[in-house]
Design a protein around this ligand. Structure first.
Ligand code: AMP
Length: 192
């Protein structure tokens, strides 16, 4: 089962991706998590990444495309995966579509998480207190939300159009358990 999650920061897609991957026993490919892990390396690249990520800006497409292409063909992704946080720009989506065509990877479901940005801001402030993520302050969240609107929403819309049979909108303002049930129902029912 190969799945893509789109949605703004704080929409709960990371939480849902974790739950779904456990249920289906597939790989959770969260580019945010992969990049945060790289920050521990304390080398030149990690210093650059830290600067970009803590400001709420996007890391370069080249770095992301390299990371994700190796993950997509790794053994742990063979049974399936949830792509969480990628593709985030049109360049990334072009890369993903051509890479997946070459490797004969097709996507079974694409979920677009939708939520009012005021709810996102409240959630992020709470998360920053709990998890101490340096990119969860209210200033940085404004940048992350505007990056989402400018760069990622057009990609999500493009996928909704191109894969209309497999694209499903999710009301991300609901409770975690309700969203979980909605996603499972859609997967059980199959395509549109
Ligand atoms: P996330 O946990 O998905 O919100 O990602 C945290 C940060 O990692 C983002 O604000 C970006 O700086 C960076 N990042 C994660 N995924 C991508 C991506 N696909 N393209 C560019 N930057 C990314």
């Amino acid at each position: 089962m190969k799945i893509i999650f789109f949605g703004p920061p704080g929409s709960g897609k990371g939480t849902q991706a974790k739950i779904l991957c456990q249920k289906l026993n597939i790989a959770h490919l969260s580019t945010g998590d992969i990049l945060r892990e790289k920050l521990n390396d304390n080398d030149e690249l990690s210093l650059q990444l830290k600067k970009i990520m803590s400001s709420g800006n996007l890391v370069s497409d080249n770095i992301l495309n390299q990371i994700i292409s190796s993950k997509l063909i790794s053994d742990s992704s063979m049974k399936g995966f949830v792509l969480d946080g990628y593709p985030r720009t049109l360049t990334q989506s072009e890369f993903l579509l051509s890479f997946s065509k070459t490797k004969k990877i097709s996507f079974d479901f694409i979920f677009g998480f939708e939520i009012n940005f005021n709810i996102v801001k409240e959630r992020i402030v709470l998360r920053s207190e709990k998890e101490q993520r340096s990119d969860d302050s209210i200033d940085v969240i404004e940048t992350r939300l505007s990056k989402y609107l400018d760069e990622t929403l057009p990609v999500s819309d493009f996928f909704a159009d191109k894969f209309s049979q497999n694209y499903f909108k999710i009301d991300a303002s609901k409770k975690v358990s309700e969203i979980e049930n909605n996603i499972m129902k859609i997967i059980e029912n199959g395509k549109n």
